[in-house]
Design a protein around this ligand. Structure first.
Ligand SMILES: Nc1ncnc2c1ncn2[C@@H]1O[C@H](COP(=O)(O)OP(=O)(O)OP(=O)(O)O)[C@@H](O)[C@H]1O
Ligand SMILES: [Mg+2]
Length: 258
């Protein structure tokens, strides 16, 4: 059974999609079967794997609204062991359309259950909001990766997100865990970086990944070639940091996944 991991932070541009794409690709390369679900109307995860949105027949939107089973929305990527449930701009209306439906917060979960046995890891790339789409992802997940940039307001954002995680635990998904807080676009030369890292570690001593993701131009170039950075330039610092993160995560899940 797959471990289901949401990649969430309501703050925009902190590295959610970059982390989902590269972590999935790194795990796929290690022989793990990975499904990546794009749950953001921007579709950055979809295009990050080189999937052309115009060519798509179905997307995550159809699965969430119950028009197609999730299994029929899955597309194979050109990258080892990684499949994707793509998102298109249709998804922008989903938050409002979902409100009217039964089990509106557990639609993603119900869909994932139908394919969970076929994968080792399922990642859900969340939009930059605490919307119903993010709540669906949190309800469907075993744990959450929280990418975060070491900025002044980052801690406020983090406590808001943690409050939402607690609410989801209380109401829908008592076993939801924090997989880890991941520092992205890390620049150890900045004083602010050290301050934010120390604050976060003080509040979440056991929930901070050892691996940090440096600011690296290769990570930002790769999506325009429709490739995870670990394929685009595997020797770059950015790619290597996601390889190390994949090792850190598999070490933790070794108990469950061979
Ligand atoms: N470690 C990094 N170094 C340099 N650039 C990065 C890094 N991580 C991400 N980027 C770039 O920063 C931008 C935002 O990253 P990304 O799209 O992964 O964030 P996001 O949290 O998914 O954004 P959104 O909230 O809009 O979905 C992108 O242009 C991406 O290429
Ligand atoms: Mg994104």
């Amino acid at each position: 059974m797959a471990v289901v991991i949401a990649v969430a932070n309501q703050k925009g541009g902190v590295g959610k999609s970059t982390s989902a794409v590269n972590l999935a690709a790194a795990l796929g390369k290690r022989g793990k079967k990975v499904l990546c679900i794009d749950s953001d109307a921007q579709g950055n995860l979809t295009s990050g794997f080189g999937i052309k949105k115009k060519s798509l027949e179905y997307s995550v939107y159809d699965a969430l609204l119950g028009r197609k089973p999730l299994s029929e929305t899955i597309v194979k990527t050109d990258f080892e062991n990684v499949s994707v449930v793509p998102a298109t701009s249709d998804l922008a209306g989903a938050d409002i359309e979902l409100i009217e439906l039964e089990n509106r917060q557990s639609r993603m979960k119900m869909q994932i259950l139908t394919v969970k046995a076929e994968y080792d890891y399922i990642f859900i790339d969340c939009p930059p909001s605490l919307s119903l789409l993010t709540v669906n992802a949190l309800c469907a997940s075993d744990s959450v990766i929280i990418p975060m940039q070491c900025e002044f307001h980052a801690l406020e954002g983090l406590s808001q997100l943690v409050e939402s995680i607690k609410l989801v635990r209380l109401r829908f998904n008592p076993n939801l865990d924090i997989e880890g807080i991941l520092f992205t676009m890390y620049d150890g030369r900045l004083q602010l970086t050290a301050q934010v890292v120390n604050e976060v570690k003080k509040h979440f001593p056991t929930k901070t990944f050892e691996t940090v993701i440096p600011r690296n131009v290769r990570l930002s170039e790769a999506p325009s070639y429709g490739m995870p950075c670990i394929y685009y330039d595997k020797n770059s610092k950015g790619a290597q940091s996601y390889e190390t993160l994949a090792d850190e995560i598999t070490a933790k899940h070794r108990k469950y996944i061979k």
